[in-house]
Design a protein around this ligand. Structure first.
Ligand code: ADP
Ligand code: MG
Length: 223
């Protein structure tokens, strides 16, 4: 198992750099977009529309980068959450995509709670399951586990998909690292920043051609 806890600082400073680049680039782009609106009013043109939608794409990417680099900007309150319930509802969002997948759900200690930002945690679970589905080409197995141990709530997402090499394993969580044609490489960055931001830990094990397991743990709420 590769321990990613030590990556926390690296990710944090990368996040700070990213945030300042975002600010520097976003302002001029936004001004250009404003002038483009004026131009479009005067002389409508297809290429002005294209420029507008391309600018919009760039701004959207910048926005999601800002979100992942500064998760506390989301202003979400910390609440107590029964993760086991959230796992079930997140899985139901993927019903269609899971048709050819053998799904194994193992929920133990379902009443244990964690304290965290609900939407961010849901999105993190969503991103892990989405990646697991995308890692499986034809058919395969996805296993999702939930259990309590020694003060931590554990969530494991395993798949029998393509896996990643040891080299790639080190890159996981780095903003924009993707091996997919239409990937953003921001999903795992969201996962890692969210889990670390909420006092948790995450590790990953993977073997090419065999599959991947993400192991998340979050401090359980003391009762
Ligand atoms: P994206 O899914 O848009 O590529 P992510 O940040 O979610 O971005 O994932 C980054 C990369 O990590 C993926 O492109 C893939 O190479 C690798 N990866 C993530 N999860 C898995 C998985 N379950 N199995 C294999 N590779 C994975
Ligand atoms: Mg992804």
């Amino acid at each position: 198992a590769v321990k990613l806890f030590s990556e926390r600082e690296k990710l944090a400073s990368l996040g700070q750099i990213a945030a300042s680049i975002v600010h520097e680039v976003k302002n001029p782009l936004t001004r250009v977009k404003g002038f483009l609106q004026l131009l479009k009013q005067d002389q409508p043109h297809n290429f002005l529309d294209t420029m507008d939608s391309e600018l919009e794409k760039a701004l959207t990417i910048l926005h999601s980068l800002l979100f992942v680099s500064k998760p506390d900007l989301t202003d979400e309150p910390f609440v107590s959450i029964e993760l086991s319930k959230e796992i079930e509802s997140t899985l139901s969002l993927f019903q269609e995509k899971l048709e050819n997948v053998k799904l194994v759900i193992q929920i133990r200690d379902s009443n244990k709670k964690v304290v965290g930002k609900r939407n961010s945690l849901l999105k993190a679970i969503f991103n892990l399951i989405k990646n697991a589905i995308e890692a499986i080409s034809e058919e395969g197995t996805i296993k999702v586990e939930h259990y309590y141990q020694n003060g931590w709530v554990h969530v494991k997402v395993s798949d029998s998909g393509v896996g990643v090499s040891q080299e790639q394993l080190k890159m996981l969580g780095t903003p924009f690292f993707t091996t997919k044609d239409h990937g953003t490489g921001l999903g795992l960055t969201q996962v890692y920043t969210t889990i670390y931001d909420q006092g948790g830990d995450i590790s990953v094990q993977s073997e090419v051609g065999k599959g991947t397991t993400f192991h998340v743990k979050l401090p359980a709420l003391k009762e």
